[in-house]
Design a protein around this ligand. Sequence first.
Ligand code: MN
Length: 245
Amino acid sequence: MRILISNDDGYLAPGIIALAEALAPVAEIVVVAPDSNRSGASNSLTLDRPLSMTRAGNGFYFVNGTPTDCVHIALTGMLDYRPDLIVSGINNGQNMGDDTLYSGTVAAATEGFLFGIPAIAFSQVNHGWEHIDAAAKVARDIVLRRFDELPSPYLVNVNIPNLPYERMGPVVATRLGRRHQAEPVIRAQDPRGRDIYWIGPPGATRDAGEGTDFHATAQGQVSVTPLQVDLTHKLQLDLLARGFA
Ligand code: MN
């Protein structure tokens, strides 16, 4: 099995190092990741300048671009083969509910999916990398378990509680929950008296009921959500079509 690994926290992040170390014994891996933290980059592509790729001492490749750039370049200009799987993460912090729209971790996986390759995004629920080795072991279990019950390509979003491996709950299938609107930006002034704004934290959970990713991880379970990319609102399409008729 040949696996392309990326993330949005950058190629030096403990999460991608742990993930690569966990997968290297069981697969042929190549790591292509941003040169710096690009969390929140979503599916953005860099179109206003060329990009470069550099090989680090540990064999990882880093790109001065977004997570989506990394996977896009790897698939269309770098690798002379088609990977069997794209794996992204392990992210420093949860990507649940509405987070998935902003997440660069999910976006790296999505880019692989859009190229027809199965893809899995991994995130640890809490920031700070506590029990990252346990999370990497869970990620390896999930990769080796495969998703043969899903049509290929699939796009799967996994959130792993920060627990020791022995205390990790079962892997469960979930739907995305929802958050309230984000907290307001932090407004301040720069040293020259100009207003500056710092994007605030995401909103609290609004739908964290049973069956959601929020609910599962709160119980210590590993949340696995199958994602799709089609944003069409099917019900409103019918309403609109009838309105136009
Ligand atoms: Mn991140």
